[in-house]
Design a binder for this molecule. Sequence first.
Ligand code: SF4
Length: 286
Amino acid sequence: MATAKEFQGSKPTWCPGCGDFAVLSCLQTALSELGYEPHQVCVCSGIGCSGKISQHLSSYGFHGLHGRAVPLATGVKLANPELTVICSGGDGDGYGIGLSHSLHAMRRNIDLTYIVMDNNIYGLTTGQLSPTSQKGFKSKTSPSGSAEDPIRPLELALAAGCSFVAQGFSGEPKELTQLYKEAIRHQGFSLVNVFSPCVTFNKINTYEFFKENLVRAADQPGYDPADRLAAMKIAADTGSLVTGILYREERPPYHEVMIGGGDLPAVRAEVVLPPAEQEALLAQFA
Ligand code: SF4
């Protein structure tokens, strides 16, 4: 079993105080506590401050194109179902340009854990309106305040058939680590939306804002994470300001269904090149 320190990759260059530090360290702790070695894990990420996470974690990794982390992670999982696949990106990457990929991966129940570092703004490009920015939010691209209602990722995921829906907060690392462990253990698509404050460009959705406004799903009387409609209701009633596991259902992940149906081995046999052709292909990039 590797220690959390052994999961450390290159040193992050995020701004001091950025919520992404906790997103990363909690993931390293969760992987260690689950007993993983770095070679058993692959992290695929998109573009943005969040996308750098695949470099800061010592495991297999792929830093892909903007909004394409989920299809990339899907390909990795189907090519090698033995790997534990983590996918990560920000709210702009995942809920803007990449949204449709996520919804289809959810309904297919691809076995991966999707961590969205949600800071309600585009940070890397220095502070523009994102899909989760609140109505009235002032930014470089909305100087008079946003006229748009924000997208609601939890309700979208529930409607899309996501089999594990959770939300955490960088300011609550113990809870976040536990959510990661449950999400990684889950067989199927797990969404963990993480409120990860951008301390440089977002002065509204701060650590203090989330500490004052978040409630825990588990503290709500009679809350049952097996009830999809109850999960919808709590997300709507709280304006999505809720943490914990909102919904979890057991159903077979995509690769098991495909292997069971006999299609996946045939597809894989077609796409895996013979060794000589692999070497010739690699030589072109040497
Ligand atoms: Fe974090 Fe914002 Fe700095 Fe990016 S710009 S590293 S999101 S604080």
